[in-house]
Design a protein around this ligand. Structure first.
Ligand SMILES: Cc1ncc(COP(=O)(O)O)c(C=O)c1O
Length: 452
């Protein structure tokens, strides 16, 4: 029989997967370490077990005790798994910008979650750091993990993530690209890899609104760099002890918008549904691709799973509200730009003579043909004129259904312009769409050009 003794034993040994379409512009071989295969769906399972192992050995956490941590969700998930298996209680403090999905997941595993305000100083008594520290002083037999300064965090990656990447790439890795939050992942993994080959380049991905890049480049902790941002999991307003700045070769900042769009590309073009910081890592790689050659082997670490962001970066309304999809014009935008929104049509039994008259009066060159409520065809000015020329005598009193062509294709109001363009052809000069009030609209090539 082949089985694990408990869920914690399944942590690690995650796959390395080649990226294809999303890196078509990048000259190097790009491999992604997909950490969502861990049982808590993130890389943080690795350090959660290590922090608790070390606390038990040091006698800081005894049976029946309480694990306390400030966590954006993923570390909490890993700690909650350990707590379930080993019989501890869990209290997590988190910030109010974290997705509801992440918080609900922690509760599903029996943890208590306290949500604290994001936009306060770390030293403010309401911040999620301060609340965790206070609870750890008040509750007996409790252990505050403090993933920012607890070096068991980076050690976990030195012992597992680094060796796995070295072995999976057969020592051929030339660049490691990692989003930096507590710094545990990048520092521990990089320490192992640089011990094996000091030439490996370590690139940290940072956000706008975080202190890391400037501090790394100038040694200045600049409070002016700190402002709210939307990306989750990376960037900081403090300098955690787990960030080993000396081992990181450069930091690259990625915007909230570029990270979100890159995560969506990973889902749609590679079939890998990942979290926000995976988008940051991919966008950072693309920004830095000019520094790479065809002989390079780049490893990106993807920290967590996209299911935790379904209501955010994978939700079009959420993206649009933040202006992240502003360049995407949709059918509904083109319809609202039309001056005359009436739906003109003819019944299939209408005389050709009358149809031509309607077209002339309304200055329309094609009309949908209906049989009762159903759209069964299209009639165009061209087809009427050709018919009359070919049958000059007995013609205009015939029914229009005689000369109609196929109905115009129906499209969704949410279809982007880029795809709408593909619907048009010489034979298909227009499309039909239905709005939320069940009203039909015709959109022709000419309408589109006029709206643009
Ligand atoms: C989604 C996500 N990405 C990236 C990171 C950064 O990892 P680290 O804290 O090891 O620097 C975290 C850490 O919480 C995370 O949750």
């Amino acid at each position: 029989m082949s089985y694990y003794n408990n869920i914690l034993e399944t942590i690690g040994n995650t796959p390395l997967v080649k990226l294809n379409k999303v890196v078509s512009q990048v000259p190097a071989l790009v491999l992604a370490k997909i950490e969502t295969f861990n049982p808590g769906n993130s890389i943080k399972d690795r350090m959660a077990v290590k922090m608790i192992d070390d606390a038990e050995v040091a006698g800081k956490l005894k049976p029946g005790g309480t694990i306390i941590e400030c966590t954006s969700g993923n570390t909490g998930m890993g700690l909650a798994l350990v707590a379930c298996v080993r019989g501890y209680k869990c209290i997590f403090t988190t910030s109010d910008k974290q997705s509801k999905e992440k918080i609900d997941l922690l509760k599903a595993l029996g943890a208590e979650v306290i949500v604290c305000p994001t936009n306060v100083e770390p030293t403010d008594p309401r911040s999620y750091y301060s609340v965790a520290e206070k609870l750890s002083k008040e509750i007996n037999n409790s252990f505050w993990c403090n993933q920012y300064d607890n070096l068991s965090n980076s050690q976990a990656h030195y012992e597992s993530t680094g060796p796995e990447i070295w072995q999976q790439t057969e020592g051929k890795i030339t660049h490691l690209i990692v989003g930096v939050g507590t710094g545990g992942t990048i520092s521990g993994t990089a320490r192992f890899l640089k011990e094996k080959n000091p030439n490996i380049k370590i690139w940290g991905i940072d956000t706008y609104g975080s202190v890391f890049k400037k501090y790394h480049e100038t040694g200045i902790f600049d409070e002016k760099e700190i402002y709210p941002y939307i990306t989750e999991g990376i960037g900081e307003d403090i300098l955690p002890k787990n960030v080993d700045f000396s081992i990181i070769d450069l930091f690259e900042k990625v915007s909230d918008k570029d990270a979100a769009l890159a995560a969506r590309r990973l889902a749609r073009e590679e079939g890998i549904l990942l979290g926000y910081s995976a988008g940051s890592a991919l966008a950072g790689l693309i920004q830095l691709s000019g520094k790479l050659t065809k002989d390079d082997v780049v490893v990106l670490i993807f920290h967590d799973h996209g299911s935790r962001y379904i209501g955010k970066i994978y939700n079009d309304d959420w993206m649009r509200e933040r202006g992240f999809l502003d360049s995407e014009i949709k059918v509904k935008d083109l319809i609202s730009a039309k001056k005359d929104k009436a739906f003109y049509y003819v019944q299939s039994v209408e005389k050709i003579r009358n149809v031509l008259k309607i077209m002339k009066e309304r200055d329309i060159s094609q009309l949908p043909v209906l049989e009762n409520e159903n759209i069964i065809g299209t009639v165009s000015e061209n087809s009427i004129l050709s018919f009359i020329l070919e049958n000059p005598l007995d013609n205009a009193d015939k029914e229009v259904k005689l000369i109609m062509s196929d109905p115009m294709p129906k499209v969704s109001m949410d279809l982007p312009l880029s795809l709408l363009n593909k619907c048009f052809s010489e034979k298909i000069p227009g499309v039909i769409t239905k709005d939320q009030n069940d009203h039909y609209h015709v959109l022709t090539k000419y309408d589109v050009i006029r709206a643009l």
